[in-house]
Design a protein around this ligand. Structure first.
Ligand SMILES: *Cc1c(COP(=O)(O)O)cnc(C)c1O
Length: 408
């Protein structure tokens, strides 16, 4: 059976050129970059070259690049590192309700350690209002962290505007650019950010390697203690092969960006239009235009996203649902809830994310099969009959029985 991979926001298939660039460093070029003999110096030189390349791509200086073990580690380091280093200046952090858990849970951890946090709301498109950011700043605010684009619904946030506000008030600004780097332009000076996280496996690089950009002069403690690697800011022997792979993947992604943005956006729009035209009682999640080229996110009323995923999987289609299935929780996505989507509708979410290996045939394969799957599931659902009458869906939602815990 064929596989149609439409979960590129979760991870991407590493490019062949990336794998080949990494291979020598998994084998014969195994030297520790901190040692002094030949094979070590070779690893050091490759590492330095990778750092220069990544810095140039982001408009940064090589000394502002810290290689980390993941996007998650970059987020944790930025938030906890800045908070702990600036405790004497204040104890307040501003973030949004729709951040990735790497950011949200880092901020929650700090709340448990005596810091205070503001979680800004978003509008129905998942957009943060820069005016809300400015209104939340106090003289105790030390850090603002707002993501460049959301991983679930694809909305691109007004980072430049927020950065200007942060700078005006002398507050450090971090952005999680894990979903945007390699897909849309990311330049630390154009964005105006002080710290920025990215992760290789989201742009056709290897898993387990990321970058934290830290603007010169930013007061930040290190998060991983040990040796003096990464100019004393992230201990641990460098993942040389991973870093080489990250730099190669980023170089290729940037070279092809303009063309790929165009091509993938066209596939996305074909998918979105096809779904909206063929299926009733479906909503597009996220902003209609300010969205990632590859992101198509929907809520199908009267059904469970999980059942949709299982049925798509039987056809070889890989997608994802906003609900936190991995944790066994029945709680729908915090992102969809923050956008004001009702609980029962949020349960029917489906995220399909396109990437460089997808074709029109992939999109058409989904469009051919998805309407039948939705119809079948709705016929089985207790609310399916009502759905097929085409009545007012919102009224039906409110009548739907809910678990006691969810009643307000
Ligand atoms: C994937 C992702 C992360 C985590 O990156 P890892 O390298 O998988 O740890 C953080 N933030 C966003 C927005 C992501 O999409």
């Amino acid at each position: 059976m064929k596989t149609v991979y439409l979960d590129n926001a979760a991870t991407t298939r590493p490019r062949q050129e990336v794998v080949e660039a990494m291979l020598p460093y998994l084998g014969e070029k195994y030297g520790n970059p901190s040692s002094i003999y030949g094979i070590a110096r070779e690893a050091r030189a490759a590492l330095d070259e990778a750092r220069e390349k990544v810095a140039a791509t982001l408009g940064a200086d090589a000394r502002e690049i810290i290689f980390t073990g993941s996007g998650t580690e970059a987020d944790n380091t930025a938030i906890k590192g800045v908070a702990f280093a600036n405790r004497d200046r204040g104890d307040h952090i501003i973030t949004s309700a729709i951040e990735h858990h790497a950011v949200l849970d880092s901020v929650k951890r700090l709340e448990n350690r005596g810091f205070r946090a503001t979680y800004l709301p978003v509008d129905s498109y998942g957009m943060v209002d820069p005016a809300d950011v400015e209104a939340a700043i106090t003289d105790k605010t030390i850090l603002i962290s707002i993501m460049h684009a959301n991983n679930e619904v694809g909305t691109i946030e007004p980072i430049e505007e927020i950065a200007k506000i942060a700078r005006k008030h002398g507050v450090y600004f971090h952005t999680d650019a894990v979903q945007t780097t390699g897909h849309i332009p990311v330049d630390v000076n154009r964005l105006g950010v002080d710290l920025l996280s990215l992760s290789a496996h989201k742009f056709y690089g290897p898993k387990g390697v990321g970058v934290l950009y830290v603007r010169r002069g930013v007061r930040m403690e290190r998060y991983i203690d040990g040796g003096g690697q990464e100019r004393n800011r992230r201990a641990g022997t460098e993942n040389v092969a991973g870093i080489i792979g990250l730099a190669k993947a980023l170089e290729l992604a940037v070279a092809e960006m303009e063309h790929e943005m165009e091509r993938v956006s066209r596939l996305r729009d074909r998918l979105i239009r096809g779904v909206m035209d063929r299926i009733g009682h479906v909503r597009l999640n996220g902003h209609p235009t300010q969205r990632l080229p590859g992101n198509a996110s929907f809520c199908f009323e009267f059904i469970e996203g999980e059942s949709l995923l299982l049925n798509l999987d039987m056809l070889g289609v890989c997608g994802s649902s906003g609900s936190a299935c991995t944790s066994g929780s029945l709680e729908p996505s915090h992102v969809l809830l923050a956008m004001g989507i009702p609980h029962e509708v949020a349960h029917g979410s489906l995220r399909l994310t396109l990437g460089r290996y997808n074709t029109e045939e992939d999109v058409d394969y989904v469009l051919e099969h998805l309407p039948g799957i939705v119809e079948k599931l709705r016929a089985m659902s207790p609310f399916g009959a009502e759905a097929s009458f085409g009545g007012d869906s919102c009224g039906k939602c409110e009548e739907a029985p809910q678990p006691v815990a969810e009643r307000r």
